[in-house]
Design a protein around this ligand. Structure first.
Ligand SMILES: Nc1ncnc2c1ncn2[C@@H]1O[C@H](COP(=O)(O)OP(=O)(O)OP(=O)(O)O)[C@@H](O)[C@H]1O
Length: 332
């Protein structure tokens, strides 16, 4: 039954070490994943976000059976990843943008054939699947060249094809568009959306937040291996401290208007940045949990100033990551 990937109170602690490189040094134990419970359902893209070192890659390595957890459980469609690693491996695959592990001396076709055999894909299925995947990632013409002659983007496309060779029910994507040029990244995002629509359960980590906003229905935000928030991208963005930003450009500088906006910001306890735009015109940016556009415009117009530019930016997922994962920002 397709119940998804479920982690319950997942933990991974890397032990203390005495040696690092050539120098004698004590390295304290690291709780890379610290009591994480999450679910990756079939048929949708789920996001896993956090700053560098938050524990995303470690989590993905555990889900893909490459690392054993030190606590908690992970099941894939009810199968425990430690006790049923072989069956779990048939159902999942990983595409990692940072790692381009393919065999240089082999052609794309040979690489895919090799990895397909590792995944126990039946030969008849492999014969059609290799051709389909080469087509899908646009490598059909280069399929007979050794991979050492490929560009970085071509290698990454081959890594994507490799990730799909076993028709995985679940796909773990660790920064999949890293280093891809814009059209290829765009195609890959369309492919991810299509796979999810076809029923694949996708877990996505990415530093490109627009990608997460576009693809993910549900997002888990983690810091120091623990969950700090979860919800749809819009729900997470709504939990931020810094919310709406009103940006205003006036036709000419007027000290009375500037003073009025400073007083307004102080009254609402809003953050105000005053500078000039490229044309030397006065520019104001006001950040506040509520959308202050109405009072700002009224204050300016009452003093006879002419507004030449006005934008209101709602809170973003980036604001959410910054404010929800950094206790210093939360305390502000
Ligand atoms: N093999 C290891 N031995 C010791 N510590 C490790 C090991 N792998 C990861 N860590 C530590 O575990 C923590 C989580 O690392 P992880 O790579 O999972 O983070 P991440 O969220 O993927 O970060 P990034 O966004 O930089 O890829 C970090 O403090 C890291 O230094």
């Amino acid at each position: 039954m397709s119940t998804g990937i479920v982690t319950t109170d997942l933990r991974k602690t890397f032990p203390a070490r005495r040696w690092q490189g050539w120098r004698r040094r004590h390295v304290a134990p690291v709780a890379a994943v610290d009591g994480l419970s999450l679910r990756v359902p079939p048929g949708q893209v789920t996001g896993l976000l956090g700053l560098n070192g938050a524990g995303k890659t470690t989590t993905i390595r555990i889900l893909s059976t490459l690392l054993r957890p030190t606590g908690g459980t992970v099941t894939v469609d009810g199968l425990d990843v430690v006790d049923h690693a072989r069956e779990v491996r048939r159902r999942i695959n990983v595409i990692s943008g940072g790692e381009r592990m393919v065999y240089d001396r082999l052609t794309a076709r040979e690489n895919l054939w090799y990895f397909g055999q590792l995944y126990d894909v039946p030969r008849a299925r492999l014969r059609t699947r290799v051709g389909e995947l080469l087509d899908l990632v646009g490598l059909t013409e280069a399929a007979q060249l050794p991979v050492e002659r490929y560009s970085r983007g071509m290698r990454q496309r081959l890594v994507i094809a490799r990730g799909l060779i076993n028709d995985p029910a679940y796909l773990l994507l660790d920064e999949p568009t890293l280093g891809l040029d814009a059209p290829i990244a765009h195609q890959l995002r369309a492919l991810i959306a299509q796979l999810a629509a076809d029923g694949v359960g996708v877990l996505l980590t990415s530093h490109y937040l627009a990608e997460v906003e576009q693809l993910c229905r549900h997002v888990y935000l983690i810091a120091r291996g623990s969950l700090v928030a979860q919800g749809s991208p819009a729900q997470l963005a709504g939990q931020t401290v810094r919310r709406h930003t009103v940006r205003l450009v006036l036709s000419v500088a007027d000290p009375a208007v500037t003073a009025a906006l400073r007083a307004l910001a102080a009254r609402h306890d809003a953050e105000l940045i005053v500078d000039v735009d490229d044309g030397g015109r006065p520019r104001f940016a006001l950040r506040h949990p509520e959308d202050l556009v109405g009072v700002v415009v009224t204050a300016v117009v009452q003093r006879g100033a002419t507004i030449v530019g006005l934008t209101v930016t709602p809170p973003t997922l980036e604001d959410a990551i910054l404010t929800l994962t950094d206790p210093a920002v939360m305390a502000r």
